[in-house]
Design a protein around this ligand. Structure first.
Ligand code: ZN
Ligand code: ZN
Length: 65
């Protein structure tokens, strides 16, 4: 479950990334991944578990007079 295939700029292709041992206490939620090809670390964008609320209010159909 900890394997991710991502595009690596260094490897110039899609390679397997794996989560390194986390020393920051992130546990399974550690956003850091290491490229198995070149060893460079990448940070995944934090996945928001909360539903993203859009600020733009949806104007429901207005009754044009
Ligand atoms: Zn971590
Ligand atoms: Zn790489």
């Amino acid at each position: 479950m900890s394997d991710h295939e991502l595009h690596c700029d260094t490897c110039e292709g899609v390679v397997l990334f794996e989560a390194p041992p986390c020393g920051d206490g992130h546990g399974v939620d550690c956003p850091e991944l290491i490229c198995t090809g070149c060893g460079s670390a990448v940070l995944l964008a934090p996945v928001a578990s909360r539903p993203a609320r859009r600020r733009a209010p949806r104007t429901s159909h207005r009754h044009a007079a």
